[in-house]
Design a protein around this ligand. Structure first.
Ligand SMILES: Cc1cc2nc3c(=O)[nH]c(=O)nc-3n(C[C@H](O)[C@H](O)[C@H](O)COP(=O)(O)OP(=O)(O)OC[C@H]3O[C@@H](n4cnc5c(N)ncnc54)[C@H](O)[C@@H]3O)c2cc1C
Length: 397
């Protein structure tokens, strides 16, 4: 690699968009990745339709990143959802906006987009070196890479590290880069947009595992989210769960458990339900009474779980908020994204690593998290572009 070249390590969306930005400015760029091919997580994201970004107003969009909003704001404004949408359409991928405001390619998958993108990068002269694992820095500051041909030391003009988080490690991002950073610069990698653990009875699990809970509202810590959830063998996952994921995860970390409540009839007033459910039984079984107020079999099953658990709450209260005592997060290997990462004190506003001039960071390896809805990919693209512009500034371009 010649010393005027820029190295990008990590061929996910953050690394690839940085490579594209740098090459478009006339720089020679080589992308390294430990896997045999690029964009594996992007391809898996395509299985769910590839929710690229979200069409809500930018102010609200920026707020989705919670504590990290302030540090991401400039990057999101400089490369906002509208820019990402133009970019995707420019690659021949027409988009559509769903009723929820989420934006998807019409193809509902990532492979045509990735194919067109790689063709553009090839035209721009971007080089690729696969099966090259970054292994930290040598004493003289050179980048250490290990490949099947052996070890090498790279001294590029600048480098972008875009190594991703630690979810779905078999797709490439295994979070092993953490050990190359000082411990106080990295917030521990934790599952985000992940499932939570709950011990179902065998009767409930065998009947309802894999089934969705539709049109529910989830409540925790004063927050209420409408949506769907899915019963898994070991607990619960899905959009509404992910939306409350960060506070649930932190509550479990602090106290060992978190009680989330599921409103099975979110459009129905509690008083109306109480009148129908909490009066004299008149010989009608609990299941039948629940069925008469319109509960689905899985909803009835959930209330029965709570009753078997010994709750004394009236039926109407259970329908409006059946409690689930969650005891842990599902493993990070199955999470959609990762919380934690390189902390904001360790990078400057150009995304350059303090104390390592010429080393820039982007994507999920930085310490931010967001719910599903296109916010993850958008932040990876926006920080990738921002870090590439940081590199251009650093190199005086
Ligand atoms: C099942 C699933 C569905 C998803 N769906 C969506 C969605 O619909 N919308 C959305 O916004 N987001 C979605 N995401 C999240 C999104 O895919 C990620 O946030 C995004 O891919 C992260 O981009 P990145 O470039 O930061 O990292 P990654 O895409 O993880 O890429 C990092 C790259 O770095 C490489 N690497 C790691 N360590 C090293 C090393 N030491 N040396 C060399 N290379 C290394 C990896 O091999 C990998 O190619 C989904 C994720 C999953 C798992």
């Amino acid at each position: 690699m010649n010393p005027n070249e820029v190295a990008v390590i990590g061929a996910g969306p953050a690394g690839l968009v940085a490579a594209e930005t740098l090459a478009a400015a006339g720089l020679a760029v080589t992308v390294f990745d430990r896997m045999p091919s690029p964009g594996r997580k992007l391809l898996i994201a395509g299985r769910g339709g590839l929710n690229l970004t979200h069409s809500e107003p930018l102010e609200r969009f920026i707020g989705r990143y919670g504590a990290a909003s302030g540090r991401l704001e400039a990057a999101l404004r400089a490369f906002p959802p509208a820019a990402l949408m133009d970019w995707a359409e420019g690659l021949g991928q027409p988009l559509f906006t769903g009723t929820s405001g989420r934006v998807f390619p019409q193809a509902l998958k990532a492979s045509p987009l990735l194919r067109a993108w790689l063709a553009r990068l090839a035209e721009q002269g971007v080089g690729f070196r696969f099966r090259h694992r970054w292994e930290g820095w040598a004493e003289d500051g050179a980048l250490r890479l290990a490949s099947p041909e052996g070890e090498m030391a790279l001294r590029p003009a600048a480098v972008l590290l875009a190594l991703g988080g630690a979810s779905w490690p078999r797709l490439g991002s295994d979070g092993r880069w953490v050990r190359f950073f000082p411990a106080d610069e990295v917030a521990p990698l934790r599952p985000a947009n992940c499932g939570f653990l709950f011990g179902w009875s065998e009767v409930f699990r065998s009947r309802f595992e894999g089934q969705p809970l539709k049109r529910i509202a989830l409540e925790f810590g004063g927050e209420r989210v409408r949506g769907e959830a899915l019963v898994t063998a070991g607990g619960i996952e899905g959009g509404a769960v992910y939306a409350l994921g960060a506070p649930l995860r932190e509550a479990i970390a602090a106290g060992g458990e978190a009680v989330v409540r599921i409103d099975l009839r979110p459009d129905e007033a509690a008083e109306a339900l109480a009148a129908r459910l909490d009066g004299p039984r008149g010989g009608v079984s609990v299941s039948n009474r629940l069925r008469r107020v319109g509960l689905s079999p899985i909803g009835i099953g959930l209330v029965q779980e709570a009753l078997h658990g010994g709750t004394r709450e009236p039926l109407s209260r259970l329908v409006k908020g059946v409690p689930l005592r969650l005891t842990g997060t599902a493993p990070i290997e199955r999470a959609i994204s990762t919380a934690g990462g390189v902390g904001w004190e360790a990078v400057d506003e150009r995304f350059m690593l303090q104390g390592r001039p010429g080393t820039f960071l982007a994507g999920e390896m930085l310490d931010w998290e967001a719910p599903t809805g296109g916010y993850l990919l958008q932040a990876c693209f926006s920080t990738g572009v921002a870090a590439a512009r940081g590199i251009l500034g650093y190199l005086g371009r």
